[in-house]
Design a protein around this ligand. Structure first.
Ligand SMILES: Cc1ncc(COP(=O)(O)O)c(C=O)c1O
Length: 427
């Protein structure tokens, strides 16, 4: 056992690996940022070996592996990939230019025309758009089924079904999917299938992050991330990651090589050096504040409903306590809150506009998992591809003082409610 394995995950994410099989950076306290698009090959023979080994994932030749070109493999990015695979408890990781590139890459490396996919009805807006606008053009059939209704999922599966796809917690509803229940179903289905046609469970773990949930241990096959969010953590880098079994690794690397959506080394370095070491610290602080904000919102007269897995009123509280666990085994309900306002008292649009006008600690902006608290209206912003209205407000809690966030929310709610009363009485 390497010395690293004796330490807790939080410590390991701060220190990273002792060395890389491909790159000796033992004397760097901070891993170096590599920035070279191409690599000296020394001889035609060594160059040819590099290309041959890349496609085959050959690693046991006894000779140091060859770096060829950034789009194939790159030292800084590969350290990040090693760290992400380890923290998710997976066999391999391939990073991409964005979360959407990771999602389309993971599914694109598995599905062929004629295959079917069963996806939960509510998903991040661009994933919904990928499935509704693009997959039919590629001969891929997407069924939208409530993945917590296992009997309905079972009825929808046929020999062409290759993937179950969902987020948990779901963006933006925060609903959870019972991963263990889908594992039982997939195992039943896979009994009679050859390995290359297995039904695979894909989960987008962007909201919880590996800090708050390790889906592979709960029964998923493939974990996806937008590194742009909590894992990057500072709102400076776009990125995506796929954590997958070894059996998918080579295909995924070839897919990324040919479709080209690589994660740039400078972004990989920032995520590796700033994002991962501070992950536990940020998430713990943010969920401490999120609990306070959700509890406060729930008691506010203008708030009709609050969804936050850390509230006793959360409808799937037992499942939340089972699936959302941090590195130390403590309950990790996360930093995301979705709530609805009572339209008789406060209009959601007016409220969010008031926040944009007057709040300092809460920013009207999409994205999430930032140092700053962000607020948005999913129906008209991140989830506008659904083309349906809805008054939910999504909050991603940052690192500000909780009392400042509460004061800004309180002031905006009061001001908009007062203006409405004034308008009503002047009619
Ligand atoms: C749950 C989820 N998955 C994937 C993505 C896509 O990530 P990216 O913007 O990095 O492509 C997002 C973006 O908001 C998201 O919220």
């Amino acid at each position: 056992m390497s010395k690293k394995n004796q330490y807790k995950v939080t410590t390991r994410l701060v220190h990273g690996p002792e060395h890389s099989a491909k790159w000796d950076f033992t004397h760097h306290v901070t891993p170096p940022l590599s920035s070279s698009t191409t690599y000296r090959l020394d001889s035609a023979k060594r160059g040819a070996r590099g290309f041959q080994e890349f496609g085959q994932l050959v690693t046991d030749t006894g000779e140091a592996p060859v770096y060829i070109y950034d789009r194939l493999d790159e030292p800084t990015r590969s350290i990040l990939e090693g760290e992400l695979a380890e923290v998710e408890g997976g066999e391999a990781c391939v990073t991409f230019a964005s979360g959407m590139a990771a999602i389309s890459g993971a599914l694109g490396s598995v599905l062929v025309a004629g295959d079917e996919l069963i996806a939960h009805p509510v998903l991040y807006g661009c994933t919904h758009s990928l499935f509704e606008n693009w997959y039919p053009r590629q001969g891929l059939c997407v069924h939208r089924v409530d993945l917590n209704d296992v009997a309905a999922v079972r009825r929808c599966i046929n020999e062409r079904t290759r993937a179950l796809y969902f987020e948990s917690p779901v963006n933006p509803s925060l609903e959870l999917i019972d991963i263990g229940a889908l594992r039982v179903l997939a195992d039943e289905v896979n009994c009679s299938r050859p390995p290359e046609r297995r039904l695979l469970i894909f989960i987008d773990n962007t909201f919880a992050t590996p800090f708050g949930q390790r889906p592979l241990a709960l029964g998923a096959d493939v974990v996806l991330h937008s590194l742009t969010k909590n894992l990057g953590g500072f709102g400076t880098e776009l990125g995506g990651a796929v954590i997958c079994p070894k059996s998918m690794h080579a295909k995924l690397l070839l897919y990324r090589k040919d479709f080209g959506g690589i994660l740039g080394s400078k972004s990989a370095w920032a995520i590796l050096v700033y994002g991962l070491p501070t992950l536990a610290l940020r998430l713990k602080r943010q969920q401490f504040t999120a609990k306070k904000v959700a509890t406060w919102l729930e008691k506010h007269e203008a708030v009709a409903r609050v969804a936050y897995p850390g509230l006793a009123s959360f409808p799937q509280r037992a499942l939340a306590e089972k699936q959302l666990r941090d590195f130390d085994g403590d309950f990790a309900p996360g930093n995301m809150i979705t709530f609805e306002l009572d339209p008789q008292l406060v209009d959601a649009l007016e409220f969010v506009d008031e926040i944009a006008r007057s709040a300092y600690s809460v920013t009207l902006a999409v994205s999430l998992g930032h140092t700053k608290t962000l607020i948005e209206l999913p129906a008209s912003m991140t989830h506008s591809s659904y083309g349906k209205g809805g008054a939910a407000v999504r909050l991603s809690i940052g690192l500000e003082s909780p009392s400042d966030i509460l004061a800004d929310l309180k002031q905006a709610l009061a001001k908009v409610a007062k203006a409405r009363v004034a308008r009503g009485s002047s009619r």
